[in-house]
Design a protein around this ligand. Structure first.
Ligand SMILES: Cc1cc2nc3c(=O)[nH]c(=O)nc-3n(C[C@H](O)[C@H](O)[C@H](O)COP(=O)(O)OP(=O)(O)OC[C@H]3O[C@@H](n4cnc5c(N)ncnc54)[C@H](O)[C@@H]3O)c2cc1C
Length: 315
């Protein structure tokens, strides 16, 4: 009884954010690896290093299987609309956390070795107030950062991350700079750009400081949350050799990315078809975006049970 299950993943290990996102000090990686082994020993086939939409088309996957459950997570990162937001030394939270987890798993990580994704000895600024930002500040402390400051545009009471995580981070030496947002990045021009006669002087290649803008909380928006407002003339420059952007994630537009026929769905509150089943291709369903691992498990199980009535909820 049951189904032969095949898991496709673009990474070289399965486990998603539990292996490469959540830091090891919150979730020990041997627990995740043990679970992966149990699944493999139980007959689940893992096809790794396979990016759907690039290495294999989604329609090819649908043609190979009786049903497809899409559980690709939420990876489109929000970014800052500022000049130099991609300068050397300004990095995305998930790149930073993935590198750290890979190092702990024993992988060679050139971007860590060359210092780009390593906080050791640096003045670090993390931008954001959610749980991902908390994981970044606490990882930077563990990597031996010289200082770690977290900029968040609202105040402590209105941050999205857990208060316990803030307390943990403060006890470890993180400084929270509430009611603050980045206004500009400044730094050095290095390499070829430095010798070009007609270079764009506003364009830096290496971060040196963040212009911090001070905010106050104004009127509530439609959601009832007070909106941050700029306090003019209160800016100052904060030196930094590493800036980590932890501004949250959005669902990707999978039907467009994957060019799937008849597609019409995005991640939402409930599982739903991504495309109309057309024989001989299999129906495909995607569970909702989730904010914690337990919810992800529940979502996947519910989607499977609802769409495949003979599936056991205890798989
Ligand atoms: C930094 C961070 C810390 C967190 N901390 C916690 C915590 O402490 N506790 C908690 O409960 N939750 C935490 N969460 C949330 C939790 O990790 C997620 O809710 C959960 O992992 C979501 O599971 P998922 O299987 O839906 O997605 P993911 O874990 O993201 O797995 C999706 C998988 O799909 C693969 N994939 C994506 N696109 C493709 C493609 N095109 N082709 C092939 N494969 C693809 C990815 O490689 C990945 O392996 C955290 C999240 C983050 C980002």
């Amino acid at each position: 009884m049951g189904f032969q299950v095949t898991v496709y993943d673009r990474h070289d290990r399965s486990g998603g954010l539990m292996i490469y996102g959540i830091p090891g000090f919150k979730l020990e990686k041997d627990v995740v690896e043990r679970r992966n082994k149990l699944l493999a020993d139980g007959g689940v086939e893992f096809v790794l290093n396979t990016n759907i939409g690039e290495d294999i088309s989604f329609d090819a996957i649908r043609g190979r299987h009786d049903a497809v459950l899409i559980a690709t997570g939420v990876y489109k990162t929000r970014d800052l609309d500022l000049d130099n937001a991609d300068a050397h030394g300004v990095v995305r939270a998930l790149d930073y956390l993935t590198a750290s987890n890979r190092v702990e798993l024993g992988d060679d990580v050139p971007d860590f070795e060359d210092g780009e994704l390593n906080a050791n000895g640096k003045r670090v600024i993390v931008i954001g107030g959610g749980d991902t930002a908390m994981d970044c500040v606490r990882t930077a402390i563990r990597q031996g950062a010289q200082s770690v400051k977290c900029l968040y545009r609202r105040d402590r009471a209105n941050m999205p991350g857990s208060q316990r995580e803030v307390q943990n981070a403060e006890e470890e030496g993180v400084e929270f700079v509430w009611l603050s947002a980045p206004g500009a990045f400044s730094g050095h021009v290095t390499g070829d750009a430095a010798t070009e006669q007609e270079r764009d002087v506003d364009s830096i290649t290496e971060i040196a400081s963040v212009r911090v803008q001070k905010m106050r909380l104004g009127a509530a928006d439609v959601t009832g949350r007070q909106s941050p407002e700029l306090i003019h003339g209160a800016d100052y420059d904060e030196p930094a050799e590493l800036v980590i952007k932890a501004l949250g994630f959005e669902p990707e537009d999978l039907p467009r990315l994957w060019g799937s026929r008849g597609s019409r769905s995005r991640a939402g509150a409930r599982s739903r078809p991504i495309s109309r089943p057309t024989a001989p291709a299999s129906p495909a369903f995607m569970p909702s975006a989730t904010s914690c691992a337990a919810q992800a498990l529940w979502s996947g199980r519910s989607a499977t049970a609802a769409r495949l009535p003979t599936a056991s909820p205890n798989i």
